[in-house]
Design a protein around this ligand. Structure first.
Ligand code: NCD
Ligand code: ZN
Length: 360
């Protein structure tokens, strides 16, 4: 853009959903959940606590703790949708009951060892074939962390490897299963979604705006370290094209994943980027730069709801872009137990303001 912008830009969109978020628990939950509740109509909450959320009882209790931590102002406007962690502890009858009762929304598969708190995950997706068939029968979506854990496969090729070796056979054998490839990070992921009916892909703000040079070229940036690892510029531009195209198979999932500074600025940094406060603004700025603000609503507010068979929010929010750089905001948050967490997207956050929600 030129340096001579003089007009305020604004866009009005249906209040968005976050289709992939990590809230953690206790003090961290209390510190991070209000940011999501303030900005989003619904959030699909990941179950990778320690121990993981594998049954309806713990999912219901976790949902109550989330609602208690978002505060009375946001509570009426915000719905956490709960995912169960797929492993040998998951009981299909309990899953069916939890889904029937509106407590369990989806099931998440983590390959064991692929990412933060995935130690309790599965050795192979094929091992859960009978549960997946039951899910397909009643329309429970499968959310997939699509990353091979084969040490022989290069870290930047692990999404493609998993999709080909593990998810493709399941999609062929259980074709009615509704699947989301979470945090798509490569063209292989985009192509997989395009090539399979009933499969959609969520895309994060950091995979859309950063590539591995940002992570590695100017000093190692542990705060940009996440799984799947952000990939090349070429892959990123393919993600941007998909997200800004309006294609209904792609939608927004922040993968906001808070870790204390001590776990990020460490000899072995933990993967995860905390983006909840400004995730929406990061994507608004990207769509603005691409001349695609008219397609922002499809990506952040409509496509995901349609994939999951839900109505979009009945409220709208107005986003306004400041002419100058805007007011500098905080770069970290502090939880009550003293953990400091770095916020992603502070520059976009100072550029854009959200004007209050109203009914449309
Ligand atoms: C997530 C976390 O910290 O829980 N980390 C990440 O890098 N995305 C887990 C996940 O979604 O992989
Ligand atoms: Zn995640």
């Amino acid at each position: 853009m030129s340096g001579w912008e003089t007009e305020t830009v604004s866009v009005e969109i249906v209040v968005p959903d976050d289709w992939h978020v990590h809230f953690r628990d206790d003090e961290m939950l209390a510190a991070v959940a209000p940011f999501t509740a303030r900005g989003f109509h619904r959030a699909l909450v990941m179950p990778n606590l320690v121990p993981p959320i594998t049954n309806t009882t713990t999912a219901a209790a976790y949902r109550d703790r989330i609602l208690a931590s978002v505060g009375p102002d946001a509570r009426g406007d915000f719905t956490p949708l709960m995912g169960l962690y797929l492993n040998d502890d998951l009981d299909v009858d309990d899953l069916l009951a939890g889904h029937r009762d509106g407590i369990v929304f989806a099931v998440k598969y983590y390959p064991a060892g692929a990412t933060t708190n995935s130690e309790a995950g599965g050795a192979s997706l094929a091992g859960y074939r009978s549960a997946l068939e039951v899910m397909a029968g009643v329309g429970i979506p499968l959310l997939v962390h699509a990353e091979s854990t084969d040490p022989e496969v290069d870290i930047f090729d692990r999404e493609a490897a998993f999709l080909e070796a593990e998810l493709a056979p399941i999609c062929d054998e259980v074709p009615e299963l509704k699947v989301t490839v979470e945090h798509v990070s490569t063209r292989a992921g985009l192509d997989f979604v395009r090539g399979h009916t009933g499969v959609a892909g969520s895309i994060t703000p950091h995979h859309l705006t950063c590539d591995r040079s940002d992570l590695l070229a100017n000093g190692l940036r542990p705060h940009l370290y996440c799984k799947p690892v952000i990939n090349s510029r070429e892959e990123r531009l393919a993600l941007v094209a998909a997200a800004t195209s309006g294609d209904p198979r792609f939608f927004f999932g922040t993968d906001s994943a808070p870790h204390p500074l001590s776990d990020k600025e460490s000899v072995s940094a933990k993967p995860g980027i905390f983006s909840a406060p400004h995730a929406l603004e990061v994507v608004a700025e990207l769509f603005y730069q691409r001349g695609a603000l008219d397609r922002l609503e499809a990506f952040v507010s409509l496509n995901g709801a349609a994939h999951y068979g839900l109505e979009a929010s009945a409220e709208v929010v107005r986003l306004e872009r400041a002419v100058g750089e805007g007011v500098e905001g905080a770069t970290t948050i502090l939880s009550a137990d003293g953990s400091e967490v770095r916020i992603f997207g502070v520059d976009a956050g100072r550029r854009w303001s959200r004007l209050s929600r109203r009914c449309c």
